[in-house]
Ligand binder design. Structure first.
Ligand SMILES: C[S@@+](CC[C@H](N)C(=O)[O-])C[C@H]1O[C@@H](n2cnc3c(N)ncnc32)[C@H](O)[C@@H]1O
Length: 225
């Protein structure tokens, strides 16, 4: 796939557009609001309400702009809770492209250096971003991959089911089920009935919960203990 381009919504909020799929990386209602709601509030913060591991392990599907990684990093700093963050991605993007999205308005100037480091650091290596945040960007497809450890949380942030159907298959969600700790949580922005039924058939306990701006619902799936 070719590198995406930047587009803006009428309110001036920017996101990336992948022409080959005719698909954006985030909702046109705002990338920051969507990521914060789906992955941080409904995922990480929800998990921390019930579980208190010494370090929280997160697996992301689709590193993309790195926004979910950055928001997770900011949570790890704010709560002084260590996170190890692993993210699969087939199309690494240049930091120079990401800078054009103006995400830096959402955090302090000093934090932009951490974000830059996340983008410019090596792939397929463990990178110490801060005392509370370790990152491994995995330059590999999740299709047919077998994660090598168990995770507390999975951020499933693939392109939409009608754009990249193979990512939403029973095979992929079974792999991810096997990569979750009992009591672990998978969150995704869609509430599509077919996705919900696939998750349930594998054994996840699925909730349809309030979605981010512009979306009525999203899904949270838990692996029973
Ligand atoms: C909707 S975008 C979201 C990206 C990111 N989480 C963000 O906040 O910018 C989906 C991402 O999944 C990546 N992707 C596509 N196919 C993949 C695959 N087979 N394995 C891993 N990542 C994939 C895309 O390149 C893209 O970066």
């Amino acid at each position: 796939m070719n590198s995406p381009t930047i587009i803006s919504n009428p309110a001036g909020l920017k996101t990336l557009f992948q022409a080959e799929l005719n698909e954006t990386y985030h909702s046109i209602y705002g990338a920051y609001q969507e990521s914060k709601h789906v992955f941080i509030t409904a995922g990480l913060n929800f998990f921390w309400q019930g579980e208190h591991p010494s370090s929280t392990s997160i697996l992301e599907i689709g590193f993309g702009t790195g926004l979910n990684a950055m928001l997770s990093f900011l949570e790890s700093e704010a709560h002084k809770k260590p996170i190890t963050y692993h993210s699969y991605e087939t199309l690494p993007l240049a930091y120079s492209l990401i800078q054009g999205l103006d995400y830096h308005h959402n955090w302090d100037v000093k934090d932009e250096n951490y974000f830059k480091h996340m983008h410019t650091c090596a792939w397929d290596k463990t990178i110490h971003i801060s005392d509370f945040f370790e990152l491994v960007k995995i330059n590999k497809s999740i299709l047919h991959a077998v994660p090598e450890q168990l995770y507390h949380l999975i951020y499933f942030d693939a392109f939409a089911p009608n754009k990249q159907e193979e990512m939403w298959s029973e095979e992929v969600f079974t792999t991810l089920f096997n990569a979750l700790n009992p009591g672990g949580v998978l969150v995704t922005y869609t509430a599509k009935g077919a996705v919900r039924r696939t998750l349930q058939s594998i054994g996840y306990v699925v909730e349809r919960i309030d979605g981010p701006p512009g979306k009525r619902h999203m899904l949270r799936a838990i692996k029973p203990k």
